[in-house]
Design a protein around this ligand. Sequence first.
Ligand code: BGC
Length: 489
Amino acid sequence: MSFESLHRIKQEELQKKTEEIVKELTIESDEICKLTSYFIESMESGLDHQTSTSSKGLPMIPTFVLDKPNGTEKGVLMACDLGGTNFRVCSVTLNGDHTFELKQLKTKIPLEYLEDDTVTSEELFGFLARRIKVFMNKYHPDGAKEIFKMGFTFSYPVDQTSLSAGTLIRWTKGFKINDAVGKDVVQLLQDQLNKLELANVKIVALCNDTVGTFLSHCYRSVNSDSLTVGEISEPVIGCIFGTGTNGCYMEEIANIKKLPAELRDDLINKQGKRYMCINTEWGSFDNELKVLPTTKYDIILDQKISPNPGFHLFEKRISGMFLGEILRIILVDLHQQELLFQQFKVLPHRLSTPFELSTEVLSHIEIDDSTDLRETELNLLQSLRLPTNLQERVCIQKIVRAISRRSAYLAAVPLAAILIKTKCLNRRYHGEVEIGCDGSVVEFYPGYRSMLRHALSLSPIGPDGERKVHIFIAKDGSGVGAALCALVA
Ligand code: BGC
């Protein structure tokens, strides 16, 4: 066979394979509906049972946050936030009029804390305490005698036992420090602060980033305190679509059956409270893979590459930490099938290294409309040292768009489920609702919010429900939210 005909056959095979992959990644509207019903079931099961140690249902962690801020809160509070990439220390001034001022110190978490298996919790929390000390020396040098209330945003699953205590269930997003699992993360940090003679900084509240985002959105939303005047819209969900993904909402305390009956009685009948914020930890939705669409690439990612196989499978199809990795796994597979990058016997080092292909690269490819996809060519060259031909780039772009669309369509599922479960779309006149979001994917990935909205309209809430949803980006949620938590503690 001539070289030309062999080349043509390979080209056709690549196109066919690309179409197959795109199809496998496509989520139809009936699947969105099926996933939404199963999500509601998993929420209900999680509210009934302690699920943190078993795999049934969603974790649905009670946060002990009982009220939504309305924007009139006032005070100066400290906050710190351990996320997947950075540690931030802030001092937040809440002005009581929906506005705030924030001073902050942001530090990139050194890679050794994420990559080195021998690092201990004492070392990690010692590092965090030293950053807090640097902040205090800079902004409160004469504050040794004052008591500073601090809220701690901790963006990992924690079994919360009160507003200010909770044990780490497991790490996600790359951390592997095993001896921290099962320990109270507030105590771990407070011990290190005490060692540095910073016992006057008191961690009084522990708050997941999704809860922080929700509270901070409520504080900022002018609608929080104006529902009786014109009844505009109501904040109902806080969520993160960034390195990881998660969401929270206010649940009726009476429905949180896993809380001890005496506690429910005390909250409802003695304290007159009706709702508690629930951290769903939706990243763990359907870890048993009953309904979640799964490709062979998802299995490779989960089983062979991720540090927590079998867990957070929903997150592994949605969040920024994994979208680039899914593409990388697909490209490596197509190379092994001799359909891509045929000039290489051995692939460039970066393409064979897990997590080297970042979701940011996908965001450039997603919207590349340059002649011959030159932008894509440059991006792949710069980020992976990977030369490509036009036909390869056309296929890569199709796959990128399928990966991001699947992510956004899946992201709509928990939102639709919570809107249905809380009946908030029917609650008041026209039932308009607000969702406060944070995270690089929802904020920066081109077209993500439109795809998510489209999927909402295909979900059981339909186009009428989708029109009532207002999505806001709630920046600095972790700082302001943790400060709001600390204020009520
Ligand atoms: C964690 C959540 C967190 C989310 C977003 C997930 O991996 O389990 O606790 O809220 O990432 O940061």
